[in-house]
Design a protein around this ligand. Structure first.
Ligand code: BGC
Length: 798
């Protein structure tokens, strides 16, 4: 397809005087109407799943014909802001500059984040920007198509009208990888629709530090759950990415252990023993690699004092050799610059670039806003400090990715996808995912579900907001900060959802704002609204944020929101149904005591209000489970369920467990009575020769609601010589559909790999002759346990 004449008056400036942002009037949305079709059919997905591997002969030949500067250009990624003029239009002269002067091979990000005329671009306008850059790339410099990358974290969140799915932590709470697959598949389609074949997802950092601002982009605190969701996401995003042009190349990130900053602040240093890194943090990346993920992004962190980008150990030994990752590695934003700016491990750009390229097989630098990387690398190769073969290998991996995603055959967007963006068919998938994610944590005297004829009042800053249901990475990097206009009415708030479910629009009073600030008038309105109410739904949440924009010093729920719940209790006899619309587990203080029920809705996306309402009124039986530990005290911010197998004595007497959170990992229940049989094992001995034992349990729905029951299997090693065992480790799960009265047998296999662990020699070990406990649904009232022993004799008794 040839790109049409670019239209300066719409999106592309013909003669732009400079690229510095001016005082242009920016608009929220462009004026292209968003009218998706209700349903659509895509060509059948191409069978099979692809993997990065050897470099093709034609790519090697191509590399051999490029100049050094052109090869370095392929390794260079520049952000879109460098291409915009002062009025927010794409400045073709700037594109030409980067392509002609620096031979840049890749661009990234939403123009709305970087001085674009619009805060959010329609599929048409976004395509126009991307295709226009592509056109320049094809006609200038080395005339190689550029590859554009975008963060489509929960759907194509930067494309106006695209369906915004629940954020990944919500997806994890479903314990149903199907939802990770589907949301990723749609994100891929809608991102492809604007000509972008590369998505910087999935995020596979573990939510081990609860105050960290990026938890919601990930799949919770457990390595196995995250791994299962990683595989489903990679398959959904990529499919057979070497052939299927409705899919994209995925990018697992952030390699590695980015989610455990010592300070709790985004990008902070981490100290993690190597055996723990291998045990907990590597497995999701291993799973994504085995599923064929095409690329990986490094983290900003320094771990054990070493910034990842220059670390031979983290990049070469761990990622390339141990994990066996063969795809493209890109830095995170400005990582090389940060080596001298923040980490202070290099003297300047030349030194930082030298250390990085010398020590690792990095393929692309997300520079993102100057020619320094290219200039430095050019100099380093020309002066013999870096061998050109390293540049050849990196450029080859970049070009191979371009070939794999089809850029050499079809460099421009497939505009026929535009009308599918935001279709009802996709909305239905997002609502389904939200339905399965919402987690019931407290339900005193069966306070929920409510009857449809019961009058409810909705209170709280997250009660009528699409913005707060989405969080960050939604239309804009920092989210829409409560500005509902961004959504153009596309979405369902809790108030809307209740209206849809009951036929009556409930009274809504905000109370404090999302940051907890309020006036006496706000308080008076709340008191007036709730004083005679029977049921009050209080929706609490957080403002939208991304990355360091979400750093906080105190995990406690904002004072105003705590006060809101207390004020309702004081002013009325109503049952308080608290709905938490947030992933970061803000400390609840006395909210559990004051509430009759608590639902954790996490960040359920634009359409999540319907799912919440359906659950409140019993149309849907809640089936989410907490994918992380919900702390009770600030001191528990970095506590995970696998730690703390032993108890300790409290100085004031009594014994306390290290694991005593507000709600444990895996917690949550539904409205139906589910009965579990005892566990049956095919053998009480697990031989360590690779054979397996079968674990089975019968699950019956004895209640009156159809159920989707997550069955979670954990192992616990009773004695582990020389190393403290985990309290529990999730080894398998399955979500089972159970009609009323139905019983099913759920079967799992356990083998050596499920009981191995890393020791200081960085090798996996399995202990002979030790007892293990299998627990189904640890921390739940219906937990079931069984014992097995590993084959062989315990070393001490031999
Ligand atoms: C984030 C990455 C993201 C990149 C590009 C960085 O600030 O850490 O997750 O992919 O920006 O937007």
């Amino acid at each position: 397809m040839a790109i049409q004449q670019l239209e300066p008056e719409s999106n592309v400036a013909s003669e732009a005087p400079s690229y510095a942002f001016g005082d242009a009037e920016f608009q929220i949305l462009d004026d292209t109407p968003i009218n998706p079709v209700d349903s659509y059919e895509l060509p059948a997905p191409v069978e099979g799943f692809a993997k990065p591997g050897e470099i093709d002969a034609d790519i090697l030949e191509m590399v051999s014909k490029l100049t050094l500067k052109e090869k370095i250009g392929q390794m260079t990624q520049i952000e879109i802001g460098k291409l915009m003029d002062k009025d927010g239009f794409l400045d073709l002269k700037q594109v030409e500059y980067w392509v002609d002067e620096w031979k840049v091979g890749s661009f990234l990000d939403s123009p709305g984040n970087h001085g674009g005329k619009y805060q959010v671009y329609s599929p048409e306008r976004f395509t126009e920007v991307v295709d226009s850059i592509q056109k320049v790339a094809l006609e200038h410099g080395p005339k190689i198509p550029m590859i554009y990358g975008l963060d489509s974290v929960h759907g194509a969140n930067y494309v106006n009208g695209a369906v915004l799915f629940p954020q990944p932590t919500s997806t994890a709470a479903t314990f149903n990888p199907k939802h990770a697959y589907e949301s990723s598949r749609i994100a891929a389609k809608d991102t492809r629709a604007v000509g972008i074949p590369w998505i910087f997802c999935p995020c596979l950092d573990l939510n081990v530090e609860k105050i960290w601002a990026r938890n919601y982009e990930n799949f919770g605190e457990d390595p196995y759950l995250t791994s299962e969701m990683a595989v489903a996401s990679v398959k959904g995003l990529q499919g057979n990415y070497k052939k299927d042009r409705n899919r994209v190349a995925a990018c697992m990130k952030h390699w590695i252990a980015y989610g455990k900053p010592n300070s709790g602040k985004d990008r902070g240093s981490a100290w993690i023993p190597d055996n723990f890194l291998l045990e907990y943090f590597v497995p999701p990346f291993q799973a994504a690699t085995d599923a064929g993920v095409a690329s990986a992004m490094e983290s900003f962190s320094d771990i054990n004092g070493q910034p990842v980008p220059t670390s031979e150990f983290y990049v070469e030994t761990l990622l390339r050799e141990h994990v066996g990752f063969k795809g493209l590695i890109v830095t995170d934003w400005g990582d090389i610059w940060r080596l001298y700016q923040d980490h202070q491990t290099a003297k300047g750009e030349y030194d930082a670039t030298w250390q990085t390229i010398k020590n690792t097989s990095l393929d692309m630098s997300m520079v993102p806003d100057n020619g320094n990387f290219s200039e430095a690398l050019l100099h380093l190769v020309e002066t013999g400090r870096i061998d050109e073969s390293k540049i050849d290998a990196a450029a080859a991996r970049v070009l191979q990715l371009k070939k794999d995603v089809g850029l050499f055959e079809q460099p421009y967007a497939d505009k026929s996808l535009h009308t599918t963006v935001g279709s009802k068919q996709d909305v239905a998938l997002a609502i389904d995912a939200a339905r399965e994610s919402v987690t019931l944590l407290v339900n005193k005297d069966n306070a929920l579900p409510l009857k449809k004829e019961q009058k409810v009042v909705v209170v709280g800053p997250a009660g009528n907001s699409i913005s707060f249901q989405n969080g960050g990475w939604s239309l804009r990097w920092q989210g829409s900060l409560g500005n509902e206009e961004y959504y153009g009415g596309r979405g369902i708030t809790i108030v809307d959802g209740i209206e849809q479910v009951t036929g009556t629009r409930p009274e809504y009073v905000r109370g404090p704002d999302i940051d907890g600030k309020w006036t006496q008038e706000d308080r008076d309105q709340v008191v007036a609204a709730v004083k005679d109410a029977e049921k009050v739904i209080v929706a609490l949440g957080e403002n939208t944020y991304a990355e360091f924009g979400g750093n906080i010093d105190d995990l406690t729920t904002s004072e105003g929101q705590l006060e809101l719940v207390r004020l309702i209790k004081k002013s009325s006899n109503a049952d308080i149904i608290t709905v938490l619309v947030q992933v970061r587990p803000r400390l609840l203080k006395d909210i559990p005591e004051l509430s009759s029920a608590i639902l954790n809705a996490y960040l359920p996306g634009s359409w999540g209000g319907l799912a919440i309402a359906e659950i409140i009124f019993g149309e849907v039986n809640p089936s989410g489970r907490l994918p992380f530990t919900y702390p009770k005290h600030g001191s528990q911010s970095s506590v995970t369920y696998w730690q703390g197998v032993y108890n300790y004595f409290n100085i004031n007497g009594g014994e306390e467990s290290y694991y005593s959170p507000e709600f444990p990992f895996g917690y949550g229940f539904g409205y139906s009575e589910i009965t579990y049989s005892d566990i049956e094992l095919s053998s009480n001995t697990l031989e360590l020769d690779g054979s397996s034992i079968e674990v089975s349990v019968k699950v019956k729905n004895d209640g009156s609601y159809p159920a989707k029951e997550p069955v979670l299997l954990y192992t616990t090693q009773s004695i582990r010589p020389g190393y403290a065992p985990d309290a529990y480790r999730l080894r398998a799960f399955e979500k089972v559909d159970l009609a009323v009265g139905e019983e099913k047998t759920v079967k799992f296999e356990l083998s050596r790999k499920d009981i191995e662990y890393y020791q200081r020699d960085l090798k996996k070990h399995a202990d002979e002759g030790v007892n293990f406990t299998i627990t189904i649904n640890a921390y739940q009232k219906d937990a079931r346990k069984a014992r097995f022993v590993t084959g062989g004799a315990y070393e001490f008794t031999r």
